[in-house]
Ligand binder design. Structure first.
Ligand SMILES: [Zn+2]
Length: 70
């Protein structure tokens, strides 16, 4: 779990992942073009086959890089 030290966000972050596993890729119908950071595609992973390494880069909401792993 992660926490943004600037805005207190613990819900959503931007990062990158290296993954090996089965994914379900689908269009994000909630895509909102008014937002500065939106993603038109998302994917779900199967936890049973998931082998990953993930790095959190910054807070989704304020772009702060002061992220604490908790
Ligand atoms: Zn933040």
């Amino acid at each position: 779990m992660y926490k943004c030290l600037d805005c207190g966000n613990t819900e959503k972050f931007i990062g990158h992942a290296q993954e090996k596993g089965i994914v379900l890729i689908y269009r994000n119908d909630d895509f909102d073009s008014d937002k500065t950071q939106s993603y038109s595609w998302v994917y779900n992973v199967s936890e049973k086959s998931w082998d990953f390494s993930m790095t959190v880069d910054k807070c989704y909401f304020c772009n702060s890089k002061n992220i604490l792993k908790i």
